[in-house]
Design a protein around this ligand. Structure first.
Ligand code: V47
Length: 392
């Protein structure tokens, strides 16, 4: 592989920063080790980490930056998991508690029929008294209101409960959910896989290993999913690298993850409000380390709702190639103190991606190109991400 002058300059800076070995591996397309991951988190030369991630991002996606026109729907905030980081959960009867009916969900979809929405992102809390049939009904309600829409719904935590409510293994239930309209799964609920953090912060939730096993089942059923890590609370650097390593190993087997989204802990209105949460530089480093370690996951998402638009713009030069979508209505981060708007319009997304120096590409959930400012590049770019990752 020939080395561009720009890449040479980045490699030289990495060498000066004591990151020469890691930079050489990245340049040669070699996999980084656990120790490399720890070093990328610990080095004070954070801008070099960003530049290395940007090299990898540009190798995979050139100047393209993906977004979609989507709508988030949280069907309930009832939850019995009581996670310390969560500001969204309520018990039935508590102020602000809600459980939407299938009709109310259909209405939310119908309210936006004049917008070019291609995806509904549907997640919620976990409430065991909700019967299995409800989940099929809400999928059908969405499809009834807008048949062509893609439903990216249910985290592994919700799927675990859905299978329990159906009193059958997930592998048996998934075909029914797919038949009712489920198209793929979002990446939430993974938090940090390490048992120590699980025990301290969210002991009632499924374990890290359970999350991975369920994701494997989802991929084996033919569905794509995303993956996440909630960072910036009580986890150590080693626990973060372990989390990323376990995602990478599963991806080697299944190739089913499309996008990795580092989730920045927001500390308002929850049990961990005494923690400061990550700084902007922590968030950028997290995006960068994710890009560098997850060499088999095609996309890294800078979720603008959580990061703010300016940081999401910066992240497009720190390893991220996707910013999520128009969103419309968001509760999880706004309950936890996010100051971002609830929605951006499609044209605004396009403009701020351009302002960040990238070429906007509207994608559908499965990264098929819906529209691009540069058709030629989008076609070329599309070939690269699909090609990485075993089994993809
Ligand atoms: O599972 C909850 C996290 C997740 C807080 O797949 C918090 O495309 C920070 O997974 N501070 C839900 N994080 C969001 C999510 C997501 C978002 C956008 C796109 C996709 C995708 C997935 O948010 C939860 C949990 O891990 N979370 N509370 C908090 N206070």
């Amino acid at each position: 592989m020939s080395i561009e002058p720009h890449e040479e300059r980045v490699l030289a800076r990495a060498m000066e920063a004591g990151l020469g070995e890691i930079a050489e591996k990245i340049s040669a397309g070699e996999r980084l080790s656990f120790e490399d991951g720890v070093e990328l988190y610990r080095t004070p030369h954070i801008y070099v980490v960003g530049e290395l991630a940007n090299l990898m991002r540009e190798r995979l996606h050139g100047d393209l930056a993906y977004f979609n026109v989507n709508q988030h729907i949280n069907y309930t905030n009832y939850c019995n998991k009581f996670c310390d980081f969560c500001s969204f959960d309520r018990l039935p009867g508590e102020e602000g508690a809600f459980l939407l009916t299938p009709q109310q969900i259909a209405q939310k979809i119908t309210d936006h029929l004049s917008d070019p929405v291609t995806e509904v992102h549907m997640v919620a809390g976990v409430w065991p008294k909700i019967p299995y049939g409800y989940y099929l009904d809400i999928l059908r309600a969405v499809k009834g209101a807008r048949p062509e829409i893609h439903i990216k719904g249910f985290t592994m935590v919700e799927l675990h409960q859905i299978a329990k409510s159906a009193k059958r293994p997930l592998a048996e239930v998934l075909p029914e959910l797919i038949e009712a309209g489920l198209g793929s799964c979002p990446g939430g609920g993974a938090e940090v896989f390490a048992d120590r953090v699980h025990k301290e912060g969210y002991p009632l939730k499924i374990s890290g290993q359970d999350w991975l096993d369920l994701a494997r089942t989802v991929h084996e059923a033919g569905l794509r999913s995303n993956c996440t890590m909630l960072h910036g609370h009580i986890e150590t650097v080693e626990e973060r690298v372990d989390h990323l390593d376990r995602l990478r190993l599963l991806q080697d087997d299944t190739g089913g993850f499309q996008t990795y989204i580092p989730l920045s802990f927001h500390p308002e209105n929850n049990e961990w409000s005494h923690l400061p949460g990550p700084t902007a530089l922590d968030e950028l480093r997290e995006i960068a380390v994710g890009r560098l370690l997850l060499d088999n996951i095609p996309h890294i998402k800078a979720y603008w709702i959580m990061l703010s638009i300016p940081i999401a713009q910066l992240a497009l030069s720190w390893g991220a190639d996707d910013v999520d979508g128009t969103v419309v209505e968001e509760h999880i981060y706004h309950d936890a103190g996010a100051k971002t708007p609830q929605e951006v319009k499609r044209d605004e997304l396009v403009q701020w991606i351009r302002d960040a120096g990238r070429i906007p590409v509207e994608r559908d959930t499965l990264y098929n190109v819906v529209w691009s400012a540069d058709e030629e590049q989008a076609r070329v770019g599309q070939a690269a991400p699909i090609g990485i990752g075993a089994g993809s």
